[in-house]
Ligand binder design. Structure first.
Ligand code: AHR
Length: 499
């Protein structure tokens, strides 16, 4: 099979907001406890932060991490997680029916973030708390000194304000599972009021309002419209959440359909953009609402096991999906879809980061990487600068849900500052190799810096034994053309030095 990608440096999608490679740590299962925080573990520092996990997260170059939830957020009192640890209350976490000791909270998270080199995407509970506790949290985090909450932060050992820029106004407020679910009108109103109060404390912050927790929710579409009706002026982004797996009518062996699910993500994003822009037109405003895809991933492997987990345990094994090779291919394709929409998707968080539907897993002794770690690591490290429009010629196939899935998913990013261009390309053909030629037109390429391929594993194979690795790919540069042969079912990256 042949495929061509035509690039033109002036045909751009957008400058990529680095927050598009964000991730998520929720106080859930073993993400925090026995994940990033495990006092006494062999690599743990004096604060109980596991250094082996810190090193693994650093490999992913995650720019921003959402915290503390998730569903956990909607029943959480952030004040329970600050101050002397021996005075913190042990509480029932009503979202996941576990025991929350509060030994890890806001300040510990910010200390950990510093070590992994990421920024916070902090969420405020608007479901069961409200306007003033949200404004107080901004005061605790961002106000320099001389007020009750800022002085409390200083007393707790953090003299400098955290200056958190990105804030989520609640979580999945449309979801019937959410403690404190609201209708769109109620939520839009409280998001508006909380946003107003939070900005009074710090007017440099950016705010994300909750969109639908899934495109399949019956309120999808109306929810976005009604929420924006209430809070358009006081928010900057609308969120989207989307998980994939073999659900309902899916045949677990229908790989062609599974690998086409990025078509669904693209449709979801385009739909929400259309709603935001309709609201903009109606208001006759210059202000554009952009998108925060603040939860996305594959999530289905652990569902049956989780249904059997006994409630009220501390740090139980929850949402511990073990990812197959086919999941890595889908994640790669979803990352390309996010980049293709980077003109409007400015923030995105792979949900989640450690142990809970995560690229990084731990046990008491070691850290290991899931299959999905690899495409995420490559895109977050090398997908920099400008996303170029991918003009692609390649055949498509029809699957159960999707009429036209291109056999090739690809995008190139152009980082003028570092003189680098990176091409990400996935061959979804299950049998045939692909002769892949990229024509560079006015891009002056001097050499191939690195080319890798991720392939050769059974689609239902996982990486518990640590055998998965990126292999070298033969890619050649001939004047204005880069050529490579992409293996069937492969994820590929080609980095090129440009003048
Ligand atoms: O990421 C797991 C859960 O998925 C989150 O807590 C919630 O927001 C979503 O339903």
């Amino acid at each position: 099979m042949k495929a061509t990608l035509k690039l033109d440096p002036s045909d751009q999608i957008s400058k990529i907001d680095e927050r598009i490679y964000g991730s998520f740590i929720e106080q859930l299962g073993r993400a925090v406890y026995d994940g990033i925080y495990q006092p006494g573990q062999a690599t743990a520092d004096k604060n109980g932060l596991r250094k082996d996990v810190i090193e693994a997260v650093k490999k992913l170059n995650v720019p921003i991490i959402r915290y503390p939830g998730g569903n956990f957020l909607s029943q959480y009192k952030w004040e329970d997680g600050i101050g002397p640890k021996d005075q913190r209350p042990t509480k029932l976490d009503l979202a996941w029916q576990t025991i929350e000791t509060n030994q890890f909270g806001l300040d510990e998270f910010m200390t950990w973030l510093d070590k992994v080199g990421a920024k916070a995407n902090m969420a405020v509970n608007l479901a069961t708390r409200g306007v003033l506790p949200a404004a107080a949290l901004v005061e605790y985090c961002n106000f320099p000194k001389g007020s009750y909450w800022s002085d409390m932060r200083r007393k707790n050992g953090h003299k400098k304000p955290y200056n958190i820029k990105t804030w989520c106004l609640g979580n999945e407020m449309d979801g019937p599972w959410e403690i404190g679910q609201m209708n769109a009108h109620q939520y839009g109103h409280i998001a508006n009021e909380a946003g107003k109060a939070m900005r009074r404390v710090d007017d440099s912050i950016e705010l994300v309002a909750c969109g639908s927790s899934s495109m399949d929710n019956p309120t999808f579409g109306d929810w976005e419209r009604e929420v924006l009706d209430e809070c358009y002026d006081n928010v900057d982004y609308l969120s989207l959440h989307r998980y994939y797996g073999f659900y309902n009518d899916d045949d677990p062996n229908d790989l062609a359909n599974y690998l086409g699910k990025n078509v669904d993500l693209n449709q979801f994003i385009k739909g929400v953009v259309a709603i935001c822009d309709a609201e903009k037109a109606k208001r006759k405003t210059k202000k554009t609402i952009n998108l925060s895809m603040d939860e996305w991933n594959v999530w289905y492997h652990s569902n049956d096991q989780d249904a059997k987990t006994k409630p009220w345990q501390k740090a139980p094994h929850l949402l511990e999906d073990i990812y197959d090779f086919e999941d890595a291919l889908l994640v790669g394709s979803l990352l390309i879809t996010l980049l293709k929409n980077s003109d409007r998707v400015k923030i995105a968080c792979l949900a989640q980061l450690v142990n809970v539907i995560a690229p990084i897993m731990t046990d008491d002794k070691k850290v290991w990487y899931q299959s999905i770690f690899y495409p995420y690591m490559q895109v977050s490290n090398y997908g920099k600068g400008i996303a170029l429009k991918p003009n692609v010629e390649v055949p498509t196939y029809k699957s159960r849900e999707f009429d036209a899935v291109p056999y090739l998913d690809t995008i190139a990013t152009f980082d003028k500052q570092n003189g680098e261009m990176t091409i990400f390309a996935e061959n979804k053909n299950q049998k045939e190799t692909m002769d892949f030629v990229t024509s560079l037109r006015d891009i002056k390429a001097t050499k191939v810096i690195e080319a890798t391929q991720f392939y050769g594993y059974g689609v239902k194979e996982d990486n518990r034994d640590g055998k998965m690795k990126l292999r070298p790919l033969k890619a050649s540069l001939d004047e204005d053309k880069v050529s490579a042969e992409l293996q069937p079912l492969s994820w590929n990256m080609i980095r090129i030095k440009v003048k």
